[in-house]
Design a protein around this ligand. Structure first.
Ligand SMILES: C[S@@+](CC[C@H](N)C(=O)[O-])C[C@H]1O[C@@H](n2cnc3c(N)ncnc32)[C@H](O)[C@@H]1O
Length: 277
């Protein structure tokens, strides 16, 4: 357990939940279908090409890693979840994978041309430290790209699920204090931290990622079974609260996206790119 972790801290919750094989496998099987839609934008933004040295932080099951390899880069994927790394090693045998903490990298300064972080920022207790580490290991002029789900101010499955938890969840179930899930989708938060870490030329684009589902309750199931933060709020709910949360998600999908029998449920992402100064 790292220095800042206590058994009930945000850091410990993240480490514990992502270490669960069923959570990691469910994330990779269904939740990540939306994350996969952001991968081409990330790989193109960092200009990965044959010979690029790339580091994929919070690599999970290896979706960004695989695309960087396909672009010809030599890639190291890093994650702290053995369950995720087990899948990634099977999926992307051409990459090297390292078990480690994105907040404390063991690589030398200026080792990489490219650093990517696919949906890792909301999970680290100290996001500015990760960006500082990314800058340290990037060569000057190297590129960083990271993705974060947009917050509930836009139409998003994330808002439907967390809104339903707010309305129908048991008041006894709460998360330990930690960074906001969507903080780094906000340029007003992300850009000053990037500048302080030693980056320039920040840009952010919104990617219209979505899930194609045949059950309007699927977004609830995806968060329940395949996420750390959402799952930690949903899995302990008593049955009546769980049923009310799922029903509220179903109602929201029907209200926003029609009566089916198939739905395209948006879960848009903000992708931020910056250059090491
Ligand atoms: C939402 S998944 C993203 C997986 C993949 N990059 C994607 O885009 O679909 C977040 C990943 O971050 C990893 N993670 C969370 N905190 C971490 C940390 N401090 N250091 C390394 N990995 C971490 C988790 O184990 C998990 O695999």
């Amino acid at each position: 357990m790292a220095e800042t972790e206590t058994p009930d801290s945000f850091a410990a919750l993240e480490r514990r939940e992502w270490a669960k094989s069923d959570v990691a496998q469910s994330y990779a099987r269904v939740f990540a279908k939306a994350a996969d839609m952001v991968v081409p934008a990330m790989v193109s933004a960092v200009g990965a090409r044959p010979g690029s040295k790339a580091l994929d932080l919070c690599c999970g099951q290896g979706n960004v890693t695989a695309a960087l390899c396909k672009a010809g880069a030599q890639v190291i994927g890093l994650d702290f979840s053995p369950a995720m790394l087990e899948m990634a090693r099977v999926e992307v045998p051409e990459a090297k994978f390292v078990e480690g903490d994105a907040m404390s990298l063991s690589f030398e300064d200026e080792t990489f041309d490219v650093v990517t972080i696919g949906f890792g920022m909301p999970h680290v207790p100290d996001p500015p430290r990760v960006l500082a580490e990314a800058r340290r290991v990037l060569r000057t002029g190297g590129k960083l790209a990271f993705s974060v789900w947009c917050g509930p101010e836009v139409d998003t499955a994330l808002g439907y699920v967390f809104g339903a938890i707010g309305q129908h969840g048991s008041p006894d179930i709460a998360l330990p204090p930690g960074p906001g899930a969507n903080d780094y989708a906000d340029p007003e938060i992300a850009f000053p931290v990037l500048e302080k870490a030693g980056f320039r030329d920040f840009q952010q684009v919104i990617v219209a990622s979505k899930w194609h589902v045949t059950d309007p309750g699927a977004p609830y199931d995806y968060f329940l079974e395949g996420t750390a933060r959402g799952g930690a709020l949903l899995r302990p709910q008593p049955a009546t609260h769980a049923a009310a949360i799922r029903a509220a998600v179903v109602d929201k999908v029907l209200e926003k996206h029609g009566s089916g029998p198939k739905w395209e449920v948006p879960i848009p992402a903000a992708m931020t790119v910056a250059t090491a100064d």
